[in-house]
Design a protein around this ligand. Structure first.
Ligand code: FAD
Ligand code: NAD
Length: 470
């Protein structure tokens, strides 16, 4: 077996691991990254990027169908749009290939050695790597610092394991056809992003959610426009409903459910997408040998991403919520800095979250409810997109921007928005919080016309009591 020695060993080449690798390489830290599948991890291969590609394709198809149905107020008509799903998937795969190839090239450019294979931890300084498809390890790597970045895996329902008709987001992102009837379990990020896309591609979609509303992590006002849009699209919601199991005794797959009043029923399904959360990937690669302190299912880390073992670090989904790519990247960059000798802490003022439903949702910092719970006295104000010219021109007036600021000094502590294309507002929201902006700063900044950004300025103006366009 080949033996390699390195300063930094990174296990997992997702957004957390590969960014840590690039940064460590830039800083001259000798680095090896071990990846069992493709560089880019969940995000680039089977998560963020392919899901957004499928959502875009579904949007375009849905738009074309509205032209054919002559329902578009724009006066555009067309006839008989079709979708060749093989080409759609090939297009999506092309984007993934370009991006994952780019990650490989960036690692190489920065002098990071990429070892393909699955790492098994022997101790806090040593791993063995087994190539995919092989039963024997071929490389042993010894390191000074070990960075754990193995990501997460979908949660499986014990009575409805993945396989056959029951799929996870991974299979849903490489469809071989559009199922006639899709049952989605879970109205969270994945269930609603992909459920909406499948509906737009032509499937009959029923979403079963245990909580009494969709996207239970967000406040009720914020999800209202999404719920209305789902109703208009014809997505059926079964809220406050439990999934009990599957029934396919006569060859027809059915999902057994029970509603809040205890009534049981069956939903016919050609596919069942289970999207009830993800859990840190902690099993099957010798992690237990390190006996690290845990925080629930995640590895416990401090504000430098140090685990309970010296020079063993953990980042990204493996280190728990929020399981978002940009948080993993920020942690990875920071750990590389620290390993190179810099003084850093992971203490962002806010981490943005975007849900790519239609309309989209952006959440940064505190909601009014969060502020209330934290005992912070705040001023909040909404500006509706129905009063924004740009929103009208892109046919997306259902939604609003909301600002949350401390009453005492007008310092902005949170932004929320729901509306078409609002994901692009996330950067400005996060910058304003990170830079400690006050309402007056945003209200006094000239925002380009006509843009959705004007609703951001107007929300701040409204909080100060003098909105101009409402
Ligand atoms: P991962 O990206 O999971 O990478 C971990 C890597 O480690 C994998 O490549 C895996 O093969 C490798 N690995 C694991 N164990 C070993 C081992 N023993 N040896 C070698 N390699 C190993 N987040 C967003 O911010 N925005 C989005 O729009 C978004 N959309 C998503 C859509 C879907 C459908 C899904 C599933 C997730 C989405 N996410 C999104 C979440 C995002 O993908 C994750 O938060 C992010 O990928 C976490 O990065 P990571 O580096 O921690 O882990
Ligand atoms: P999620 O936590 O967003 O949603 C899971 C939903 O399933 C919740 O609403 C929950 O109440 C419901 N649920 C749980 N058990 C259930 C059951 N037995 N029956 C019915 N409903 C049940 O999880 P997800 O959608 O699987 O996504 C996983 C993670 O991936 C997210 O938390 C997020 O971190 C990440 N992600 C992010 C994005 C994005 O940033 N745009 C997109 C997709 C995924």
């Amino acid at each position: 077996m080949e033996t390699l020695n390195t300063t930094l060993l990174i296990i997992g080449g997702g957004p957390g691991g590969y960014v840590a690798g690039i940064r460590a390489g830039q800083l001259g830290v000798q680095t090896i990254l071990v990846e069992g599948a493709q560089p880019g991890g969940t995000c680039l291969n089977i998560g963020c990027i392919p899901s957004k590609a499928l959502i875009h394709a579904a949007d375009e198809f849905c738009k074309a169908r509205s032209y054919a149905a002559e329902t578009s107020p724009l006066g555009i008509t067309g006839s008989d749009p079709r979708i060749d799903l093989d080409r759609t998937v090939a297009w999506k795969d092309g984007i993934v290939k370009k991006l994952t190839g780019g990650v490989g090239a960036l690692l190489k450019k920065n002098g990071v050695k990429l070892v393909n294979g699955w790492a098994t931890i022997l101790d806090g300084k040593t791993v063995e790597v087994t190539p995919e498809g092989s039963s024997e390890p071929t490389v042993r790597i010894r390191c000074e610092h070990m960075l754990l970045a193995s990501g997460s895996v979908p949660v499986e329902l014990p009575f409805m394991p993945f396989g056959g008709q029951v799929i996870s987001s991974t299979e849903a992102l490489s469809p071989d056809g559009v199922p006639e009837r899709l049952v989605v379990v879970g109205a969270g990020y994945i269930g609603l992003e992909l459920g909406t896309a499948y509906r737009k591609l032509g499937a009959q979609v029923t979403v079963v959610e245990a909580a009494d509303r969709i996207l239970p992590a967000y406040d009720a006002d914020l999800v209202k426009p999404v719920a209305s849009a789902l109703a208009r699209l014809g997505v059926e919601l079964r809220l406050a409903t439990s999934v009990l199991g599957m029934d396919d005794s006569d060859g027809q797959t059915r999902v057994r459910i029970r509603d809040a009043s205890g009534v049981e029923s069956l939903l016919d399904a050609d596919r069942v997408l289970v999207a009830v959360g993800r859990k840190p990937a902690t099993v099957g690669w010798g992690l237990e040998n390190l006996m690290l302190d845990m925080d629930g299912r995640a590895i416990k880390v401090d504000n430098q991403c140090r685990t309970s073992m010296r020079n063993v670090w953990a980042i990204g989904d493996l280190a728990g919520e929020p399981m978002l790519a940009h948080r993993a990247m920020a942690q990875g960059e920071m750990v590389a800095d620290i390993v190179s000798g810099k003084r850093r802490h992971f203490e962002p003022a806010a981490i943005p979250a975007v849900c790519f439903t239609d309309p989209e949702i952006v959440v940064v910092g505190m909601s009014p409810l969060d502020a209330d719970k934290a005992g912070v006295e705040v001023i909040t104000a909404n500006f509706p997109f129905s009063a924004n010219g740009r929103a009208m021109t892109i046919e997306s007036t259902d939604g609003f921007v909301r600002v949350v600021a401390r009453k005492s000094d007008h310092r902005i502590v949170g932004w929320q928005a729901v509306g078409g294309a609002v994901s692009e507002l996330a950067a400005g929201f996060t910058q304003s919080i990170e830079l400690g902006a006050q309402l007056e700063d945003i209200a006094g900044t000239i925002h380009a016309h006509p843009t959705l950004g004007e609703a951001v300025q107007e929300a701040a103006l409204r909080a100060l009591g003098h909105a101009l366009h409402i």
